[in-house]
Design a protein around this ligand. Structure first.
Ligand SMILES: Nc1ncnc2c1ncn2[C@@H]1O[C@H](COP(=O)(O)OP(=O)(O)OP(=O)(O)O)[C@@H](O)[C@H]1O
Length: 212
């Protein structure tokens, strides 16, 4: 479960951004909506512990994130969270499977070859396992980014504009796959978006008010 209460965040020298209170239950899917600059990315980063020093409360998987030390937060994030960023941030020097192996490799964890095959197959890109990420389509690259985010079966999947660069067919495939893999792992799925097309798939919405 995620619970946000009285949350505000202030970037250096900027006006504070205030967020509405909300609860997202384990396994629930939710959209973060709001105009450009309303704070959607900031909120995702707060929920994922990428930004600290906030006011108010962010409880994720029963942990108040501000109470965790930097190293405990790193470990918590590595175990519980899966991130999908707007730009997929794949490493272009590595092929598809090596992009999936990078995080466990850096964390000194086991590389689970079976899980890689399972996730790539689930997302319909097993044939691209050894392809260069520069030689796959944008929709396929977004699926690799999803694969990377769900490899470790996180409890919470946070996605920032995962479909905005995709055509209608890829958008539908990506959002459906994202929802299905979240469901398979009973993960909460939180998607920040402008993309009107996604509103048809996820009914729970948190709406951020514009900041002036
Ligand atoms: N690193 C930063 N330093 C200072 N201010 C920032 C930083 N990142 C975001 N902001 C400001 O915080 C506010 C919220 O930005 P944020 O990116 O969270 O909005 P958003 O709703 O995701 O916008 P968009 O839909 O355009 O991506 C904006 O006013 C933005 O200028």
């Amino acid at each position: 479960m995620i619970e946000v209460k009285g949350l505000t965040y202030t970037y250096n020298g900027q006006k504070a951004i205030s967020f509405p209170d909300f609860i997202i239950n384990q396994g629930e899917h939710c959209l973060l909506l709001g105009s450009s600059g309303s704070g959607k990315t900031t909120l995702l980063h707060l929920l994922g512990g990428l930004l600290r020093n906030y006011q108010g409360s962010v409880i994720t998987a029963e942990q108040e994130l501000s109470r965790l030390s930097e190293s405990a937060l790193d470990a918590f994030r590595g175990k519980q969270m899966g991130f999908i960023f707007q730009k997929n941030h794949l490493i272009t020097a590595l092929n598809v499977e090596d992009n999936l192996k990078l995080a466990p490799y850096l964390a000194g964890a086991n590389i689970d070859e079976k899980r890689i095959e399972e996730v790539l197959t689930r997302l319909g890109i097993a044939s691209k396992r050894t392809a260069k990420v520069t030689e796959i389509s944008q929709g396929q690259a977004q699926r690799v980014a999803i694969a990377r985010a769900v490899m470790h079966k996180p409890a919470i999947i946070l996605a920032d504009e995962p479909t905005s660069a995709l055509d209608d067919t890829s958008c539908e495939q990506v959002i459906q796959l994202l929802m299905e893999v979240a469901k398979e792992n009973k993960a909460s799925l939180i998607v920040a978006t402008h993309d009107q097309r996604i509103k048809n798939y996820i009914s729970k919405q948190v709406i951020l008010t514009p900041q002036y």
